[in-house]
Design a binder for this molecule. Structure first.
Ligand code: DOR
Ligand code: ZN
Length: 421
């Protein structure tokens, strides 16, 4: 199918392009962008009138728990891709804490064979994510993994982390780390502070994350290795990253929309949909993360999309950590960052930057690039109804909230994968 998007506001952070015009999507690629592509109208199977709407590179979500294989009652490859499409996400990086963990080349191959071209996966840093021995990085890379992580937990041994950081760059693998001191976090269910005290619930101190971040950064810096810090939630972590970046070290970092829009106050109603790890923090942390996005300390916004079934989430104290996010990410970010970052800057954090960090195509509307495009109304609004979302699980922390912006259509490699116009 060939699509002509007419009269859109075209925003492409990769080329700093901000214009009103047309985009032709043909043979799975961005064929042409111009002020008026009237002369190419006859080629299009469908012409979309995009007046008042914004067209941008499809989002690249570099932190997604697909749950496939093994936990497919929570989500699977296809339900996750539906949720992605509905949120304007056209490329995603899957986390390897599946059942069993994604630590063998055959598992990587099996997932990628079933998947669309824009599904990428991490493999585990350590076998079984147990922190005892490294996986076979070269074989996992050959099978198609593009990054390594033990996300869900930190790499269990600093010695193995250092070894991994030594080996991965030569193979072109990005190391994505979940920063947490497990001893400090032990038993905690939410941010340790006024709300946890009021509820009488054991807390996770900021130090659990900050000490973890310090370890990972120190290990990487000692050998000058690139490292990517996942889901930053504290002011302390942001400041550590700022410090390492100032020293010129190749560190990148992401945060998630829920840390930008919500705080631990959201847990007052004892609802486990607001429990994730790292946890929602304080207003001061939230402000620090926005500042860190502004000054480039935090490079990317990812979702940490972590589906869990309603049954698992029913009990506030016993529920597993995690919240879904792909379908709400753009609009939650637009809501949280209104007046803080420009639309161009927000899109850069959600498409161009993560594509660059991972070294994958996407995050651009340059001619010849894959036709991965999100079409949205930045002035639109919608109220999040968990029952109407497109994935398998319902655990959104934005339920009932009215978010700014509305995704109207998503194109992935030139196919229209979502249309809500
Ligand atoms: O909240 C979280 N959920 N944090 C993690 O690190 C793992 C994730 C999951 O897999 O559910
Ligand atoms: Zn994590």
């Amino acid at each position: 199918m060939t699509f002509l998007l007419k009269r859109a506001r075209i925003l492409d952070p990769s080329q700093k392009l901000d214009m009103v015009g047309d985009i032709l999507l043909k043979d799975g690629k961005i064929a042409e962008i111009g002020e008026d592509l009237f002369h190419r109208m006859a080629e299009a199977h469908e012409v979309l009138d995009c007046a008042g709407l914004t067209a941008a590179p499809g989002l690249v979500d570099m932190h997604v728990h697909l749950r496939d294989p093994g936990l497919t009652y929570k989500e699977d490859l296809f339900s996750a891709c539906r949720a992605a499409a509905a949120g304007g996400v056209t490329s995603l990086l899957a986390m390897p804490n599946t059942r069993p963990p994604m630590d063998e080349p055959d598992m990587v191959r099996e997932l990628l064979e079933r998947a669309d071209a824009n599904v990428y996966t991490c493999a585990c840093v350590t076998k079984g994510m147990k922190g005892e021995s490294l996986t076979d990085f070269a074989a996992l890379k050959a099978a198609g993994a593009i990054a390594l992580s033990d996300d869900g937990v930190p790499v269990g041994s600093a010695r193995l982390l250092l070894e991994a950081l030594e080996k991965a760059p030569g193979l072109g693998l990005t190391i994505c780390v979940h920063c947490e001191d497990l001893d400090l976090a032990k038993g905690g269910l939410m941010h340790k502070g006024a709300v946890s005290e009021k509820l009488g619930v054991p807390g996770i101190p900021r130090a659990a994350e900050d000490c973890g971040t310090a370890r990972e950064l120190a290990a990487a810096a000692s050998i000058g290795a690139p490292i990517h810090i996942c889901h930053v939630s504290t002011r302390g972590s942001a400041e550590l990253i700022r410090d390492y970046k100032r020293r010129g070290l190749p560190v990148t970092a992401e945060t998630c929309p829920h840390y930008l829009l919500l705080t631990h106050e959201a847990l007052g109603g004892r609802d486990a949909d607001f429990r994730m790890n790292p946890p929602l923090r304080t207003e001061d942390d939230r402000r620090a993360l926005i500042e860190a996005l502004k000054d480039g300390v935090v490079d990317a916004v990812s979702t940490d999309h972590a589906p869990h079934s309603p049954k698992e989430k029913a009990d506030f104290l016993a529920a597993p950590n995690g919240s879904i996010g792909m379908e709400t990410s753009l609009c939650a970010a637009l809501t949280a960052l209104e007046g803080e970052l420009t639309l161009m800057e927000i899109l850069e954090k959600m498409s161009t930057a993560p594509a660059r960090i991972l070294g994958i195509p996407g995050g651009t509307l340059a001619a010849g690039a894959p036709a991965d495009v999100v079409l949205f109304d930045p002035q639109g609004h919608w109220t999040v109804d968990p029952e109407k979302l497109h994935g398998k699980s319902r655990n959104t922390p934005f339920k009932g909230m009215t978010l700014r912006g509305r995704v109207l259509a998503t194109f992935c490699r030139g196919r229209k994968v979502f249309d809500d116009r």
